[in-house]
Structure formats: C-alpha cells, structure tokens
Design a binder for this molecule. Structure first.
Ligand code: TXA
Ligand code: MG
Length: 319
C-alpha cells in the first residue's frame, strides 16, 4: 500500500504529475471521456504495473495518448482516411488503430505484441497540458479495477485504485462520460468500439459507411476489441509447466526453474510481464524452425493470471 497523491489541476499539480510519469510512475488523468490510468508507454515495467494495478486477467492492448497529430505520426503510419478523420476530429473522443512504426519504441506489452497501435489525442485541457509537460506517449486504459465501471470523477478513481497508483490528477467530472469511439483501418474503415463520437458524424466526414468489425469465425458477431488480429504467436511450438528442457527445446525459466532465458530470476511477476513479449520473440529466434519453447510454471496469482492467459494461447493447438 502506498499513499496516492490527489493533485489539483494547477500548473504545479500538472508539473508534479508529469515528473511522476517521467519517473515511470502511474498517474490517473482526466480526459473528456473517462479518467485514464496513465503510464509511459515506452517502459515495459510501467506498462506491466498498469495491468497489475487494474488486476486485468489478460493483456489487452492499450491506447497511446498523444498531444497532437504530429506526435501521433511519430508512432504510427496514417492511411488517407485516418488522416482525414484525425484532422477533423482531433482533439476529441476518437481512437485510431494504425500500423505501428518499426522502432517507434512502444513497449510490446502496451500493444500486446500486435503490429498496430491505438492512438488518440484527447480534448480535455488538463490531459493536453499533462501530455505536453510529460512529452511522451501515455498508455491509458480506463482508470478502474478490471470488471468495474469506468471512472468519470477523481473520486471514482480513488475509490478503485487508491494505494495502487502514485497520483490522481483531478480535472473534475468528465463531459462525455463514455469511452472513445475506436476505428480500425485494416480492410476498409471498421468500427471496433462504438463510443463518445457518433458513427454518423464520422461517416459524414468520410463520405462512406463504416461497417462494424466482424470476426471471420463468427461473421454475424462484431469482434470485441482486444481480440482483434492474431496476437503475436511464436512460430515454434510451445509447452507449458516445464521444469526441465527436453531435446531441442529452449527453456524459459521463472524463479527457481533456471532456463536458457528467464522471465524473472527472482520470480517477480511484474518483471515477468514486462519481459514476456520480448522473450517470446527472442526464444522464437533461438528455437528456429524445428525447435520448441518450454515455459516454467508461472503462479496463477496477480499478473500471473494474465501471463498464463497469454502463454496458454501461445501453446494452444494450431489451426
Ligand atoms: O476514452 C477512452 O478511450 C479511454 C480514455 C482513458 O482515453 N480509454 C480506454 O482504454 O477506454 P481501454 O484500455 O479501457 O480500452 C481500449 C480498447 C480496448 O478494448 C483494446 O482492446 C482496444 O482499445 N485496443 C487497443 N489497442 C488496440 C489494437 N492495436 N487493436 C485493436 N484494439 C485495440
Ligand atoms: Mg476500459
């Protein structure tokens, strides 16, 4: 348990929040939609602690909040439609999922290993001032414990996360009150999540209809965000609950199970989450086309739940 600072949205409070964020700490911030749980999207351990603070049982990809379009272009490649909508509706409650620029420096845990990144330029003056003062991409899921309603006041954030984050920047009540509308640009413009910006307004500017995204397996059902695209699956086969390597296996250790690589030598789940997507790629290269990857058992507590969820998907029978 730590003391969570409640910061007023003054120059001093915003400067304090930016300083905490630069130090890798978590700070909840107001946006026009809902309060976000902010952390530096470039730092693996900070992103891991966002999931830990929320108690999320799986690693959903996160939205990177940026001060303006120019900053967003640094991290993702815009399609012509995306650019048109960004120029028209940003700052505002619109999130665009676009191809991540290689080497942009975003933590792979923030994108859940995907090759796309969700970007948004919020309109709330306090969020904008914070983003300018911080000067980097701010990962920000809604600032509520997993499974609870999204917070629209600083007091809601405190009620859910007090003692688990460094600070809450109090910007009063959120005007919109529902999360941002999310669009994808994979194969035409797709609605990934309805939200604070009505689809009709987007369609008017685009001059075309926007279809809801459908899963290939269930063409009548819209895809839940976060299950979109295939999350990075290693090429090598994966075995779980391994205590020793079998022939041709790269063993990924945890705690007392030593391996060729380790998720965390000291059995620290935050460190393991922070390293997970890096290790998956590294092990895949080491295993080569013929090899297999074996993972040591990970406890099913805290972030271990989300890590195991990801590993079970990596180990699931291939189609
Ligand atoms: O209004 C909002 O969007 C708020 C404020 C704080 O900005 N944020 C928010 O974040 O609602 P969150 O994490 O609760 O929801 C983001 C959604 C998730 O459902 C996630 O799966 C989806 O966006 N998402 C993020 N990156 C994605 C990606 N690369 N591909 C597909 N979906 C993505
Ligand atoms: Mg949420």
């Amino acid at each position: 348990m730590r003391q969570t600072e409640l910061l007023a949205a003054t120059d001093h409070g915003i400067a304090r929040a930016a300083r905490l964020l630069r130090g890798g700490e978590l700070v909840a911030f107001p946006s026009e939609t809902v309060y976000g749980l902010g952390g530096d999207a470039r730092l693996d351990s900070t992103v891991a602690r966002i999931f830990e603070a929320k108690g999320r049982p799986s690693f959903n990809p996160l939205i990177a909040h940026l001060p303006d379009l120019a900053a967003a272009e640094h991290y993702v490649t815009f399609t012509p439609e995306a650019l048109l909508l960004a120029e028209h509706f940003w700052p505002g409650p619109l999130t665009l999922v676009l191809p991540l620029r290689p080497g942009a420096g975003i933590s792979p845990l923030a994108t859940a290993g995907l090759e796309t990144l969700a970007v948004r330029v919020p309109a709330h003056p306090v969020a904008r001032a914070l983003l300018r003062a911080f000067g980097g991409p701010l990962a920000g899921p809604s600032a509520n414990p997993s499974g609870r309603v999204s917070p629209t006041r600083a007091s809601h954030v405190m009620a859910g996360l007090e003692g688990r984050i460094a600070a809450v920047l109090d910007g009063g009540a959120c005007e919109v009150g529902v999360e941002s509308t999310i669009l994808g640009f994979g194969d035409g413009v797709r609605l990934l999540r309805p939200g604070g910006l009505p689809v009709e307004a987007l369609e008017t500017v685009l001059g075309q209809r926007i279809a809801p995204h459908m899963t290939p397996k269930a063409p009548d059902r819209p895809t839940a965000p976060g299950q979109l695209g295939s999350h990075y699956a290693p090429g090598a086969l994966v075995r779980l609950e391994a205590r020793a390597a079998e022939t041709g296996e790269i063993l990924i250790g945890f705690g007392e199970v030593k391996g060729d690589l380790t998720l965390s030598e000291h059995g620290d789940l935050v460190e393991a989450a922070a390293r997970l997507f890096h290790i998956l790629r590294e092990a895949d290269v080491l295993a080569g086309t013929e090899g297999r990857i074996a993972f040591a058992p990970i406890p099913e507590t805290g972030l271990g739940q989300a890590i195991n969820d990801r590993l079970r998907r990596a180990a699931a029978p291939r189609p």
